[in-house]
Design a protein around this ligand. Structure first.
Ligand code: 5AD
Ligand code: SF4
Length: 472
């Protein structure tokens, strides 16, 4: 049993030993452990978790488990969790309650949690105390070890906890059961060293570790070979890619080399305004297959709050970067993340955030109320803003954000834009859906033959969060 430890997770080794790379291996003897058993994986949180779940599913299938989309039907239930805000936590604990009922009726069910919540000391302590009927708990650093963790728990018929607080080697060649046949997530780095004061990620995901470019490029080349049209390069802070490598190779080099593989669409998330270089902007502007879409989290427009958040930029330098991006990439869409109600945020601070929204007129924004995460510096800051005020600020912010989303979409009316058709819309089964190069969701009339293709679509109607169009 290995338990998480927040103090250890906080540490970044001074000697800065370079991350080693190792290969995924599964023991022959575990390859049939899941024979005639079905698994169900529920994913919470960000794209990184979505992609981790694709890895988890492929590992389970390596062990002969088969997937089911019904939790009631499963022999193995895994919740891949998110720790970023309190409500993500609550959802998971609600689900654990449901699993308990299933397990009471069918005690042989194997149930477990993994992902970011499993990295949290408080969560694992709570599980050991109140939910020790669970079978496995494993963290974000040892997904590759899942076959052994499962085998140990199945053998002892009890809870097996395996959470590393200090990240180990980068493991290459973990298989992936990708959700889409046309667009793929590709991890380019793990962890984050920025330590924004509100954020739990540097603790749950560990030190920044960049994958070696040759592994990333090989993965993208294989995807091109297999007919994939789009890759999204993933990292908590992709602009810092390469800073921890022992070669002079940064995000601009990687973007250029990925573009040169010939993949039709390259995306990347998430960018921190601090590390956005002119070289990156110039590469994005040069390659037609690097999509004109940038997610540039603002978090707050107040210099006082940005300082308390440890964001290391000011309202002015953010706006300068924003303008530079718009100048170099006039057609691009730019989206953002904003937190309201950070401890001590005054109406004046909030007005600074609104000012930036008025100036940037974002294509869209994810907006959140500050949620204190245990162990982060911001959770200890004095907070005299009431929840009522925070809610009211969020509403005012959303009203402006939605206004500009609709305004940005209005510009598309009557225009013809490229859309990668991904499949049928979830809401309207006979309508296709896909995204423009600028990441706008479009519902399109058409038949199944267009799925997986990038087609020209004329926009016939626009709403706040989506558009309608027809293939031309
Ligand atoms: N409270 C509220 N929002 C948060 N985010 C990260 N940590 C917190 C927190 N403690 C938001 C940030 C980040 C996005 C992924 O989640 O805006 O960019
Ligand atoms: Fe969290 Fe800041 Fe790192 Fe983003 S850059 S993951 S907000 S610490």
């Amino acid at each position: 049993m290995q338990l998480p430890n927040l103090e250890k997770a906080r540490k970044r080794s001074r000697e800065e030993t370079l991350t080693k790379t190792n290969d995924y291996i599964i023991k022959e003897s575990l390859k049939e452990l899941g024979l005639h058993k079905k698994y169900f994986v529920r994913t919470y949180g960000c794209q990184m978790n979505e992609h981790d779940s694709e890895n988890i599913k492929a590992i389970l299938e390596d062990m002969s488990f088969t997937e089911t989309d019904s939790m009631e039907d499963a022999d193995l239930i895994l919740l891949n969790t998110c720790a970023i805000r309190e409500n993500a936590h609550n959802k998971v604990f609600g689900m654990i309650g449901r699993i308990k009922h299933l397990k009471e009726a069918k005690p042989d069910i194997i149930a477990g949690i993994c992902g970011c919540m499993a990295q949290e000391e408080v969560v694992v302590n709570e599980i050991l105390e109140k939910y020790n009927w669970l079978d496995i708990v494993f963290g974000t650093h040892n997904i590759h070890n899942l076959p052994n963790i499962l085998a140990t728990s199945m053998k002892k018929k009890g809870l097996e906890v395996d959470v590393l607080s200090i990240e180990g080697d980068i493991i290459e060649n973990i298989p992936s059961k990708r959700d889409s046949k046309y667009k793929a997530w590709v991890n380019i780095m793990y962890g984050c060293d920025k330590f924004c004061t509100y954020c739990i990620v540097p603790y749950t995901r560990g030190k920044q570790r960049s994958r070696k470019p040759e592994f990333i490029l090989k993965e993208v080349e294989d995807l091109v070979h297999n007919g994939y049209k789009e890759v999204t390069l993933l990292g908590q802070n992709v602009n810092a890619y390469g800073k921890d490598l022992d070669i002079e190779y940064r995000m601009e080099n990687l973007l250029e080399d990925v573009a040169k593989t010939g993949i039709e669409r390259v995306r990347f998330v998430t960018s921190h305004p601090w590390d956005f270089t002119d070289e990156m902007i110039s590469v994005i502007a040069t390659y037609r297959n690097i999509m004109p879409y940038i997610h540039l989290p603002l978090q707050s427009g107040s210099n006082r709050i940005l300082k308390l958040m440890g964001r290391r930029y000011t309202k002015e330098t953010y706006l300068e970067l924003f303008k530079k991006l718009k100048k170099a990439l006039p057609y691009s869409s730019i989206t953002t993340d904003i937190i309201v109600g950070f401890p001590g945020e005054t109406e004046e601070d909030f007005q600074d955030t609104l000012d930036v929204v008025e100036e940037c007129k974002y294509d869209s924004a994810f907006t959140f109320i500050f949620s204190p995460r245990e162990g982060t510096p911001a959770a200890k800051m004095e907070d005299n803003v009431s929840l009522e005020v925070k809610n009211e600020r969020l509403q005012r912010l959303n009203e402006r954000v939605n206004f500009y989303s609709k305004q940005a979409n209005d510009m598309y009316l009557g225009k013809t834009v490229p859309v990668l058709i991904e499949g049928y819309s979830e809401k309207q089964g006979d309508i296709l859906m896909g995204y423009t190069d600028t990441m706008k969701l479009v519902n399109v009339v058409g038949d199944a033959s267009y799925i997986g293709q990038i087609v020209d679509v004329e926009i016939t109607d626009v709403k706040t969060w989506s558009m309608d169009g027809k293939i031309v």
